[in-house]
Design a protein around this ligand. Structure first.
Ligand SMILES: *[C@@H]1O[C@H](CO)[C@@H](O)[C@H](O)[C@H]1NC(C)=O
Ligand SMILES: *[C@@H]1O[C@H](CO)[C@@H](O)[C@H](O)[C@H]1NC(C)=O
Ligand SMILES: *[C@@H]1O[C@H](CO)[C@@H](O)[C@H](O)[C@H]1NC(C)=O
Length: 333
């Protein structure tokens, strides 16, 4: 009689070797095929999917404006894990968690709830994926820290898609400018703010120069003015409401000791973006109308059930070989 063995959920992992990266294609001005996948370990929360949709929709318009009407997000796939309740979602075809451009998963220790993009390449090379934690997507109080989720998404997308780098640097927050002044590492340098020091560390809360380094002593911070006129840059601080553009040749801060300058030989983020393959033969959308909002398809992974049907009557073990009917399978004990 047939014997059926079922292995479901995390019981069996099939290692898929993924060759080649993202399936996102730029068709005209529209990015198609962006895949966002939720890790099976993420507890089900009914707000995650609507919040992802809201984030991408906001990101699409912000990106469209920041790229001067060149690109926006069109159709997006969200892959829901088998561990969540079923709801007549479509079935994945090629889509899998391993191939996702964006993952929603528990924090990776080093980053906590900070969104980040795995980016090991050189200037202009694509990254591997963007990681958001469930808390980042769910806790609205984190918007005060990171800025709106759509703006954060565009910052991460620029890392992932165009291989540009951060214009802040928490290890080198200050530098000495050509005019021999201590300045905050930032782009653009038109962003205004004040230098303050924690009372505990500095007397009267004033930033003090360390005469060895020529820079401010520890404890000093650059606090941005809430109201700004500077429109750049998205790779520096998209949370500032005035920031709607990338730093370009006209306002790029070449003196800042940040990764963008280091990795891209002092080229601005906008110039780096414009030399990517996406913009080789892409033209801004004409007119003044906005692009359509993104369309989302929801797919749900299936429990992987492997059914082994054995006709026990014709099974024989011959040394290291298992014979099932006329099929011989090498058996390793
Ligand atoms: C779009 O970008 C322009 C600068 O290129 C800026 O002046 C404008 O405020 C932006 N609009 C929105 C809605 O972000
Ligand atoms: C996504 O939209 C484009 C048109 O912008 C279309 O050509 C493509 O087939 C769509 N893909 C899916 C999976 O719906
Ligand atoms: C922004 O521009 C306005 C008008 O030009 C000016 O009054 C204001 O002081 C500027 N704000 C900052 C922070 O530079």
């Amino acid at each position: 009689r047939p014997l059926c063995l079922g292995v479901g959920g995390g019981g069996l992992t099939l290692a898929l070797v993924v060759i080649g990266g993202s399936a996102v294609e730029l068709q005209g001005n529209a990015y198609n095929g962006l895949l966002i996948a939720i890790n099976p370990q993420v507890p089900e929360d009914e707000k995650i999917i609507p919040n992802i949709k809201e984030m991408i929709t906001e990101a699409s318009f912000y990106l469209f404006n920041a790229t001067k009407r060149r690109v926006y997000f069109s159709n997006i796939t969200i892959l829901i894990p088998a561990t969540w309740k079923t709801n007549n979602y479509g079935k994945p075809k090629q889509e899998s968690y391993e191939k996702a451009d964006v993952i929603v998963a528990a924090p990776y220790w080093k980053h906590g709830n900070d969104p980040y993009t795995l980016q090991y390449g050189e200037c202009g090379e694509k990254g591997t994926y963007i990681h958001f934690t469930p808390k980042f997507l769910l806790k609205d109080r984190l918007i005060d820290i990171y800025g709106s989720r759509g703006r954060v998404f565009v910052h991460e997308w620029a890392h992932l898609r165009w291989g540009v780098f951060d214009e802040y640097d928490s290890e080198r927050p200050f530098y000495i400018s050509g005019q021999n002044q201590v300045k905050a590492t930032r782009c653009s340098s038109d962003l205004t703010g004040i230098y303050v020091c924690e009372e505990k560390i500095c007397a009267q809360g004033n930033c003090v120069i360390n005469h060895v380094t020529g820079l401010f002593k520890e404890g000093c911070k650059f606090i941005h003015d809430k109201s700004q006129n500077a429109s750049s840059s998205i790779m520096y601080m998209p949370s500032l409401s005035s920031v709607v553009e990338f730093c370009d040749a006209s306002n790029h801060n070449t003196e800042a000791p940040n990764l963008q300058n280091k990795m891209c030989s002092y080229k601005s983020t906008w110039d780096t973006i414009m030399s990517s393959a996406d913009f080789k033969s892409n033209f801004p959308m004409i007119g003044t109308s906005l692009p359509p909002p993104p369309i989302f398809s929801l797919l749900q992974s299936q429990d992987r059930v492997i059914c082994l049907v054995l006709d026990v009557s014709s099974i024989a073990l011959l040394g290291n070989t298992c014979r099932i009917g006329k099929t011989y399978i090498y058996a390793k004990s």
